[in-house]
Design a protein around this ligand. Structure first.
Ligand SMILES: Nc1ncnc2c1ncn2[C@@H]1O[C@H](COP(=O)(O)OP(=O)(O)OP(=O)(O)O)[C@@H](O)[C@H]1O
Ligand SMILES: [Mg+2]
Length: 596
């Protein structure tokens, strides 16, 4: 077994531990069932012995001399054996299946929760399709192994142990000969395993890559169609699917050989028993009943070794999935101190710098203070670092240098969930959930009353269009397009941020998709809703930020200008230029063209 396989197994054990008592029970049922399983062959031997040996037979020596009674007794024993066999088979099947279901459920939920709690930095690098493939396929692969694998292992040890004992008791010499090929089978086992382990790991990787491709293509369907790129996408999917198929073909080529090759060992055992045992019977050293039992038992002794190869390969396959699952558990968790927090709304950036991992710095020594209740705007060219600054504020990323303070507390000493609960954040790419509009608005505050929901919608200038929908607030949003326009989605997400009455409200291009009239409506209510809370605005349309108490102009991650709309216009710098450009003041058409 390779180290990584062993490592995966040991780690899996951590999740299996709580269920160990049930596993012990299931293993006991399995064991008992296997024990009963070899009894029919022994009974067969006894039956032949009874008929052939007459008064020397085992039953006769016990005092049952009448053939009728002997046969009746044998039938009764057979009935009992089969009855018990069925009962225990039922018991262990139910037990294993139930255990497996609990295990796969625990795995899936634990893995999902871990992914959910991982840091934004590590999560954002994951491909959705690959995550889906791990949480679905790989866990199902493990499920398949646990459903039958452990029972098969118990089966292996029981069958081998019990049949070996029977063999040695009945005919030790035959037993030794029959067992000769076992080392060879074990060697074959390891040979095939070493070949197949890496091949199956590749299969799982290709499955993940295919999942990632599928998710990406399906999510981009509108773009694909509009660019008439269906062929291109279909080719990408075909290639990914082909890679998965090829990986499986590679594995199948070896996998299919395992049983046919190793079966020759069983043939050996069978022939040895047949010939050598036959001689022993002829010489009177072995009775006919024992001989029959042995011939039938040969298969039972050697076949498990062949099956074991299959089990070990399935084990390898399951461990390839386990390794992928365990990789998810390696994602670093977001940790923050769990202490209560009451935000007043003051925000301070003290010489904050930030770079996305290996990338060039995005923010460079930002310093500013926002007082409680102020409305502050960040403007600047696309890619200047505005959204990144907000990600730092929400604790999704930590500054590479410098500190962020809320009131007097440093970000690293604050409970992140508590912080986020007091910040209403509307992202640049609003995301709505399946459910009704009301449910979407009250998503972060499920206890919200209908009045609160309507009030939030009114403040976000969403009420008017919502009540015109066929089912109003109870209109269900589902499928891809959610029947809402871009600007409508933005307003629903503003309402969702407002319903919690946050101390800090952050709007990142939240009104970029609404028309001028709606924007004006939102602005009017913003003037009202920003009362008593700190509000951060990001907008390219400068009319949106005109009223702000402070405006920061960002350029390549640095604050290059700051002030109110009027002071900035007076400075006649970057902001003033942008303003002129947008309002068209003092610019002729020719100048506008020249600006480009
Ligand atoms: N996850 C990321 N990993 C690496 N670089 C990133 C990541 N997200 C953003 N960037 C880079 O950081 C820079 C700033 O991005 P940011 O999203 O903060 O810009 P922005 O000012 O919000 O732009 P816009 O006005 O277009 O929204 C960009 O150059 C961008 O390429
Ligand atoms: Mg942005």
């Amino acid at each position: 077994m390779k180290n990584s396989t062993l490592h995966s197994f040991v780690q899996l054990f951590h999740y299996i531990r709580p269920l160990r008592k049930d596993y012990a029970k299931a293993a006991f049922y399995s064991f008992f069932s296997k024990f009963i399983d070899i009894l029919p062959e022994i009974l067969l031997g006894i039956a032949i012995n009874t008929v052939v040996e007459k008064e020397n037979a085992w039953l006769a020596r016990l005092g049952f001399t009448s053939l009728k009674i002997q046969l009746l007794l044998l039938s009764l024993m057979t009935l009992m054996v089969y009855g018990l066999g069925s009962l225990f088979e039922y018991l262990y099947s139910v037990k294993w299946w139930r255990l497996t279901q609990r295990l796969q459920h625990n795995f899936r939920v634990a893995a999902f929760e871990h992914v959910q709690q991982s840091t934004m930095a590590s999560f954002s690098k994951q491909k959705t399709g690959n995550l889906l493939s791990i949480l679905n396929d790989d866990i199902n692969q493990l499920e398949r192994f646990f459903e039958e694998g452990i029972d098969s292992i118990v089966d292996f040890f029981c069958s081998v142990l019990l049949t070996s004992i029977t063999f040695f008791v009945l005919a030790p010499k035959v037993a030794l000969l029959v067992m000769l090929p076992i080392p060879l089978i074990i060697y074959g086992n390891f040979f095939f395993q070493a070949k197949l382990g890496p091949l199956y790991f590749t299969v799982r990787q290709k499955a993940g890559a295919l999942g990632a491709r599928l998710a990406n293509s399906l999510l981009g369907m509108l773009t694909v169609k509009s660019l008439v790129a269906e062929q291109l996408e279909a080719t990408k999917i075909r290639q990914a699917s082909q890679a998965y198929q090829d990986a499986n073909f590679n594995a199948i080529r070896w996998h299919a050989m395992v049983s046919p090759v190793l079966r020759f060992a069983v043939l050996w055992g069978f022939i040895v028993t047949l010939i050598y045992g036959g001689f022993l019977v002829a010489e009177g050293q072995l009775d006919l009943g024992a001989y029959s039992t042995l011939v039938f038992l040969t298969q039972r002794l050697l076949t498990p070794f062949v099956n074991m190869a299959e089990i070990m390969i399935n084990f390898r396959r399951a461990m390839a999935s386990a390794a992928r699952l365990l990789q998810l558990f390696q994602l670093p968790r977001e940790v923050s101190p769990n202490i209560p927090l009451r935000l007043r709304g003051k925000i301070t950036f003290s010489s904050v710098s930030f770079a996305y991992e290996q990338h060039a710095p995005t923010l460079n020594k930002l310093s500013f203070t926002i007082l409680p209740g102020q409305t502050v705007a960040f403007v600047g060219a696309t890619g200047a670092g505005k959204s990144t600054l907000l990600k730092l504020l929400l604790g999704f990323y930590l500054p590479t240098a410098g500190k962020v303070f809320f009131d007097a507390q440093e970000l690293r000493t604050i409970s992140l969930p508590a912080l986020r609960r007091q910040i209403g954040f509307v992202s640049q790419e609003p995301f709505l959930f399946e459910g009704t509009i009301a449910e979407n608005i009250s998503y972060a505050l499920p206890t919200a009353t209908r009045e609160q929901i309507v009030q939030a919608a009114k403040n976000a200038a969403a009420h008017e269009f919502v009540i015109r929908l066929p089912q109003g607030y109870d209109t269900r949003l589902e499928g891809r397009d959610y029947i809402l326009s871009g600007g409508q989605k933005q307003r629903i997400s503003i309402a969702r941020a407002l319903v919690r009455d946050p101390a800090i409200l952050i709007l990142d291009e939240a009104t970029s998709a609404v028309d001028n009239a709606t924007e004006l409506a939102i602005q009017k209510s913003l003037a009202k809703i920003s009362q008593g809370r700190t509000t951060l605005l990001i907008a390219h349309r400068l009319s949106t930020v005109k009223q702000a108490d402070q405006i920061f102009v960002l350029k390549s991650g640095e604050i290059v200008e700051q002030g109110t709309h009027h002071t900035l216009l007076k400075q006649d710098g970057l902001y003033a230029n942008l303003w002129k450009l947008q309002t068209g003041e003092n610019l002729t058409h020719a100048e506008l063209l020249a600006e480009e």
